[in-house]
Design a protein around this ligand. Structure first.
Ligand code: FCB
Length: 472
């Protein structure tokens, strides 16, 4: 018996900067990624999204492939600077037209559009003008942009994702310094994150006020964790990990508060808290009416106590050389260690399908909201065999196990709206270039026509969808 509802959203996801290309076409303004990726040494092998998969010009071909795969839903993001080239002010009608064409084509093909409003491509003008997310002005400007999108597309778009992984882009941008604007400053990290929470809250409330028929939420990168041993020290490390990590990110969006213990920790470190009392009223009001939690799930973490002279935050494995990821953590609290019980990808991401079930059940217990898996997938080096096929059985195994985990979570009472794989076509990885592939459709980045070739997993997913999750 299938656990999946008749209306379960089987789909795939993407993000504007990672697929669209055409970075200056039809009046599009510059985003922080258009600038950052061109700075020396910022991305793996100097890759950038100038062309990416050229989806802007090839969206018809891509939607035809989605139709062939039988997708029920497709999640994509709107590029803010196509709509408002300078972030605010005059609307660029050609940007609106592009997304209208895409949305209409999806609907004509019975594919439900799920639209992300912010997948990291901040207008460069706003970064230059007031340092983007560092200023509270962004909350106002973002909400105004969101309202333009609701007005333009809200008659046809029934699922909105306000923010994509605000925890990742602020952490990478303000602690690790590997995403724009490349800073290392914990107070700014907390402040920018808080501004994303406020922007989310104002946007959710604005959407509800407009009275459109549809659902809205945001997507957080969720990495559930286990403690390395049952010792008191490791259990305490696990609690710190959750309060500073997942619960900090999710509570602010879905409860309208931050975990007390984490506030105490930051205060003990003399880090200034960025919030005002009135902020929580807005955040709580939004948490009461928000429709679903979006999660992007890739892996779990194993956490152990980290002594005060222990490791700090370390950089990522961006090369795909397995085993090069170092331990990373917060001295005095916790560190992530290798989990001896599970396999890792070439980029050292833990492969843990049951962690998805476990994480979903945790979220249900803590927030009791419907959940959308807005990303899940496997990054790998795919190769084309001599007969032209891409036999990505490892991806099929990965996705099968994760879909089974979804079924198990549903059996445990989780209300799951849908499952979006990352990604439909291969695309640009922010920091890992074009060699780390996630798609059901191979893109030959070497060919001038960026040839698309469905992989073995494409046909497999088609059967999964056709049988509503029976044929795994
Ligand atoms: C997530 C991002 C997405 C993609 C995947 C692999 O963190 O949301 O854009 O790069 O990772």
């Amino acid at each position: 018996m299938t656990q999946f509802d008749r209306n379960f959203l089987w789909g795939s996801a993407s993000a504007a900067y990672q697929i669209e290309g055409a970075v200056a076409a039809d009046g599009k303004g510059e985003s922080v990624w258009d600038v950052w990726a061109h700075l020396e040494g910022k991305t793996h092998e100097g890759t950038n999204g100038d062309i990416a998969t050229d989806h802007y010009n090839r969206y018809e071909e891509d939607v035809a492939l989605m139709k062939k795969a039988g997708l029920k839903a497709y999640r994509f993001s709107i590029s803010w600077t196509r709509i408002l080239p300078n972030g605010t002010g005059i609307v660029n009608s050609e940007g609106i037209n592009f997304y209208n064409r895409l949305i209409n084509l999806l609907i004509e093909n019975d594919i439900q559009p799920l639209v992300t409003l912010y997948h990291w491509d901040l207008p460069q003008t706003l970064q230059t003008k007031y340092l983007g997310w560092e200023s509270e002005q962004i909350v106002h400007d973002f909400t105004a942009y969101a309202k333009i999108c609701f007005k333009a597309f809200g008659d046809r778009v029934k699922y909105w994702i306000v923010m994509n992984e605000p925890n990742i882009f602020t952490h990478l941008g303000y602690i690790m310094g590997v995403h724009p604007p490349g800073k290392h400053d914990e107070a700014l990290f907390l402040k920018t994150y808080h501004h994303t929470a406020l922007a989310h809250a104002h946007t959710v409330l604005a959407y509800k006020e407009m009275g459109l028929e549809g659902q809205i939420g945001s997507s957080i990168a969720f990495t559930p964790a286990y403690s390395s041993t049952s010792s008191e020290a490791d259990q305490g490390a696990l609690k710190s990990y959750y309060d500073i990590g997942p619960w900090w990110y999710l509570d602010s969006y879905y409860k309208g508060s931050y975990p007390e213990s984490a506030i105490e920790y930051y205060t003990s470190q003399n880090i200034e808290m960025p919030f005002k009392k009135a902020d929580f009223e807005i955040m709580k009001a939004a948490a009461e009416v928000v429709d679903f939690i979006g999660i992007n799930y890739y892996q779990t973490a194993m956490v152990a106590y980290n002594p005060i002279d222990g490791v700090g935050i370390s950089s990522f494995n961006t090369t795909g050389k397995k085993g090069t990821q170092k331990e990373s953590g917060i001295p005095g609290l916790y560190k992530t260690v290798k989990n001896p019980n599970i396999e890792y990808t070439d980029w050292d991401w833990a492969i843990d399908p049951d962690g998805l079930r476990y994480g979903l059940v945790e979220l249900k217990a803590r927030y009791d909201l419907p959940i959308l898996i807005s990303e899940n997938g496997l990054g790998a080096f795919d190769t084309v065999s001599s007969d032209g096929a891409i036999n990505d059985d490892y991806r099929i195994d990965f996705l099968r196990a994760h879909i089974e985990a979804c079924g198990n979570a549903i059996n445990e009472g989780v209300d799951l709206l849908g499952y979006m794989t990352w990604s439909f076509t291969d695309l640009l990885s922010w920091l890992n270039g074009f060699k780390k592939r996630y798609g059901f459709v191979y893109v030959d980045f070497e060919s001038t026509d960026l040839k698309r070739i469905p992989k073995k997993s494409f046909y497999w997913y088609r059967e999964v969808i056709k049988t509503n999750g029976e044929a795994l």
